[in-house]
Design a protein around this ligand. Sequence first.
Ligand code: AGP
Length: 613
Amino acid sequence: MCGIIGYTGHRNVQEVILKALETLEYRGYDSAGMALAYADGALEVAKRAGKVAKLRAMCEKQSAGSGKKAAVSGIGHTRWATHGGVTDENAHPHTCGRVTLVHNGIIENYQELTAKYGLGEKLVSQTDTEVVAALLDHFYEKDAKTAIREVARLLKGTFALGILFADQPEKLYAIRNVSPIIAGVGKDGREAFLASDVTALSEYVAEYFVVPEDTLTILEAGKITLLDNENQRVEPDFLQVDWKLGGNGKNGYEFFMEKEIAEQPEVIRETISCRCKDGMPDLSIDNIPDWLLSKYERITIIGCGTAMHAGLVAKQFMQPLLQLPVTVEVASEFIYEEPVVDDKTFVIAISQSGETIDTLEALRYARRRGAGNLSIVNVKGSTIARESEYVLYTNAGPEIAVASTKAYTTQLTALYMIICRMAYVRGVYTAKQAKEFVSALLQVPACVEKVIADKESLRRISHEIMDASDVFMIGRGLDYTALLEGSLKLKEISYIHSEAYASGELKHGTIALITQKTPVITLVTQTKVVSKELSNAIEVKARGAKVYVLTSEKVELEEPGQWENVYRLPALRDEFMVFPAAAALQLIAFYVSRDKGLDVDKPRNLAKVVTVE
Ligand code: AGP
């Protein structure tokens, strides 16, 4: 939910921190702040409610012409508020005595600790984080390592902490539990960084590592030391930086979302092609063994939001094909509904960030029950990836816009490749059929490309619906599951209320909401239900709705003259129509948001990574 950065080295610390916060801002943007440490022990904190741009203006104003000496290290934070409102006081970093720190996570027992150690009068904010600073200052005598371990043992909850001690300005300390921290030494060997994710470090380091949980990490210029609970050195598992943001990362687009929509053909192609061998689906690049795909009697897919929607699409296709019971679970509900999960269950966890705590807890629950497990994750080395027995990394590259687009379609691609391999190893597909499937899937990128090239036609739909208060989306089967995602896109970036509905269910109540000119988008691409979908569309049209028919070039519309707004998607096999449909629905939502003048990439109240339950 928040982004943290730490730096010690020879560069302009303020600029390194600000630039990293601008990159990490997608993780939360209610407030931003930084602390700069100077060799003489001086410490400067600048923080305020609002986005990083406001912090930058504040810092540049403060430092203009100050002529002061250069800072030697610093920490920074961009916040998604959990405890305490969006105010300057609640912005991080928080300082107490000699300690200044930034935090990502939630300390569940902060009030109990405040009372137990009599910290109340030291606190000026309403945050759980400030209590951690006060505790550290309380325990800090001479040795920072001892104080940090004492405090970490007291904390209940999740934390990623970046810590500065005023009397050790050249050193940064970090420790984590669940919430992510990565670290790396600069390419020139003279600086060290810590951050919430690799997007903030990709231009400075060639390799990095995930800070192991409960491992005390000490950063000095050009050196990082990891110590376990017995103060023994720990060697990190290095990962190579293979994500390049380039420039400010938008490559000429106004918004990351537009860029990431446009990247879909390429990243879908990459996600397929590295898993093809002689035309066959081949998951050996992911070290996924065939027995994992053939052993289990039922499948449970877990995820949140868009990731969960990808699971719903997969279920529509894989359940009838494999004749296996498939359930798709909202991860935040999963562990509370006593699900039937055991050693006969194959659990697939889907998560772009690999840090969504609801999905992580659901995965842990499933593993405790002996389920086979595989995660489909985009961020390398993320917690969900590291806690899964098997992981398939999608090739989407960094997805910065809060609204997921290319991560979704590469999740779908990964799922389809897994399903195809499962069908083959289970004898449902012959090798010929598996090759035909992969060959047809390789047509998807070009079709998505076509939709993106036709964005002006979709923009016309956006303009017609952008002032609506409610937009309904109706379809059946795969169309319905694709619309659930399309409806989420519209909601989360345009703030228009939208509902995706199984069109056959509409007349059991919700159709009462349809009035004159209510916009209804219907997706009609699944051969076996086209006529039913169209008759449901006629039902809402008869009640005054303005219907937009998204269908495929191959669908014959009965009485085509009755439909004023028909948008034709390039035709693919029915089960692949979710891809061009996704691109169309993403663009419709994008243009509504952009043309309403909203912050498409950073919608209100949201954050890219949800690390609180
Ligand atoms: C999608 O547009 C949203 N940003 C959100 O629903 C997201 O998909 C969800 O929070 C899951 O995130 P994850 O894939 O990183 O686990």
